[in-house]
Design a protein. Structure first.
Length: 144
């Protein structure tokens, strides 16, 4: 059973994922990290996350599922870093809008017996503007 999730990137998609998890009844701990403290604080204030991580890699290590909700190149950078600190008891996924580079990196870095699993994601959801202030627990409902 999943008890701890780390959301790395608490903007529109990351905060919406946290809100959607809560709306669906997830009772475990959700830790959030953002490169901008204001975004993480807003996600915390709205209940999308339970705590703010000072260190993204530490938050990932302490979680069972890691959601990468950052821009594509930041996702690729995190994938490199996470592959060496996570083990076979972790699942990493993303909300990136492109998959070729992410899937190629995942094939190289994850999904081996001693490595974390990686499940590429691409929710066809969003808004014209981003940011945690626009987060919506229904954002992914009905999305491809």
């Amino acid at each position: 059973m999943i008890e701890r999730i780390a959301i790395l990137g608490t903007g529109l998609l990351g905060a919406s994922a946290g809100l959607a998890l809560r709306a669906a009844g997830f009772r475990g701990a959700i830790t959030g990290w953002s490169r901008t403290p204001e975004s993480a604080q807003l996600a915390l204030n709205m209940g999308a996350i339970d705590s703010i991580a000072a260190d993204a890699l530490q938050a990932a290590r302490e979680s069972q599922v890691v959601l990468l909700a950052v821009p594509i190149y930041a996702t690729l950078d995190f994938m490199e870093k996470l592959s060496s600190v996570l083990g076979s008891d972790h699942l990493v996924t993303d909300v990136g809008s492109t998959k070729a580079q992410i899937s190629a990196a995942a094939a190289r870095l994850f999904n081996a017996p001693d490595r974390a699993a990686f499940l590429p994601g691409h929710p066809m959801a969003g808004k014209e503007r981003g940011g945690a202030a626009l987060a919506d627990p229904e954002l992914f409902r009905g999305a491809v």
